[in-house]
Design a protein around this ligand. Structure first.
Ligand SMILES: NC(=O)c1ccc[n+]([C@@H]2O[C@H](COP(=O)([O-])OP(=O)(O)OC[C@H]3O[C@@H](n4cnc5c(N)ncnc54)[C@H](OP(=O)(O)O)[C@@H]3O)[C@@H](O)[C@H]2O)c1
Length: 330
């Protein structure tokens, strides 16, 4: 059936400015790392992308290697773009990345100009796009001069392959240097994509301050700790969950009794607030003004609806924040 997006799709979503740029991003964005690959069903991927867009999620995040197999998430998204979303291209922010291993040999990963430009071209072909909105250096490369990697991002933007440049998982110091190089080149760093959630708070140790100082936005990945910070694993590892899949990045050994005990207490607190734990985990991240968007993953349209529901109760009292700290420290 021909897709007609919901007419009220911009009614309830919040849009936040990305750093000091002109770009607004939805407070929740959808990542296609898991559940959109060749091993997954296209119909479920379609249902999720449609539901997301109907709820005002205008930003879809990809990378060259998402799948499995690597590249297949971009191929699937390309099909959905062609069949459903092509008429709405100007309402979408689509991102991709290069840096992790994608093809054999010395040019298939890291931060050389060779890798970034070739990988960007491959991503565009897979998605059937003329340009992506944001192109990222997916990880810092200890052996390539930062000037080369940032120069490649600048070139990718100037050549029309991307509208904006971003970096992912760079340390505070690397971020400062990358921002200075990009500023000098005339292509400001739009955005940083770090991991951040209640169990993983490294960004609070300097990165968020650097981003605020530099006027760079943050879009945080794995906000639900890959599903741990939800009610998903409270009664064991369900069939079909990320931890149950052989290719899932979340491993059963990461779901420790200590973590589950905290999750159960956090879940009780979320219930007292009248929301799900996933929703409270999203609200907890959005309390940081420098965070532009929370980049969630999902395996069903219902999860996307649940996560977007966080927006109806984003305020956390000092008492609730203290309780969260106590639970995390227990
Ligand atoms: N830059 C980087 O290096 C990097 C690294 C990792 C991720 N990312 C990006 O960040 C995106 C998000 O990462 P992520 O998938 O790890 O994020 P996440 O939101 O922490 O985890 C997503 C998983 O949580 C579960 N879930 C989501 N909503 C739920 C709900 N309401 N109730 C219960 N369970 C729920 C689902 O697990 P089930 O599948 O088990 O249902 C879903 O697959 C990725 O898709 C990718 O775009 C970037």
């Amino acid at each position: 059936m021909v897709y007609q997006p919901a007419e009220d799709r911009y009614r309830d979503m919040l849009y936040r400015r990305c750093g000091q740029s002109g770009l607004m991003l939805p407070a929740l964005s959808l990542g296609l790392w898991h559940n959109f690959g060749g091993v997954d069903t296209l119909e479920n991927a379609r249902a999720m992308v449609r539901r997301a867009f109907d709820l005002g999620i205008t930003h879809f995040d990809l990378a060259n290697n998402y799948g499995p197999p690597p590249g297949s998430a971009e191929e699937s998204f390309g099909v959905l773009l062609k069949q459903d979303l092509a008429p709405f291209r100007d309402e979408l922010i689509i991102s991709s990345k290069a840096g992790y291993r994608m093809w054999p040999g010395p040019y298939g990963e890291w931060g050389s100009r060779k890798n970034l430009v070739a990988s960007c071209d491959q991503s565009l072909r897979r998605m059937g796009l003329e340009y992506v909105d944001i192109f990222y250096s997916h990880r810092p490369d200890p052996d390539t001069p930062l000037e080369e990697t940032m120069g490649a991002l600048d070139y990718i933007v100037r050549s029309g392959r991307a509208l904006y440049a971003g970096i992912s998982s760079y340390t505070p110091e690397q971020t400062q240097r990358a921002a200075a190089i990009l500023r000098d080149l005339g292509t400001p760093c739009l955005i940083h994509q770090p991991s951040y959630n209640m169990f993983n708070r490294w960004v609070e140790d300097g990165l968020l301050d650097v981003l605020a100082d530099e006027g760079i936005g943050a879009i945080v990945f794995s906000p639900l700790a890959q599903g741990l910070l939800t009610d998903r694993y409270l009664d064991g590892i369900p069939e079909g969950s990320r931890a149950a899949k052989p290719w899932g990045f979340l491993k059963a050994r990461n779901i420790t009794p200590d973590k589950l005990q905290k999750v159960a207490l956090l879940n009780d607190l979320a219930k007292e607030r009248g929301q799900t734990l996933a929703q409270m985990a999203v609200a907890w991240i959005l309390r940081q003004p420098v965070v532009t968007s929370v980049l969630v993953g999902a395996s069903s349209p219902a999860q996307i609806e649940d996560n977007v529901g966080a927006l109806t109760n984003l305020s956390l009292s000092d008492e609730e924040l203290n309780t969260i700290e106590e639970i995390l420290a227990s």
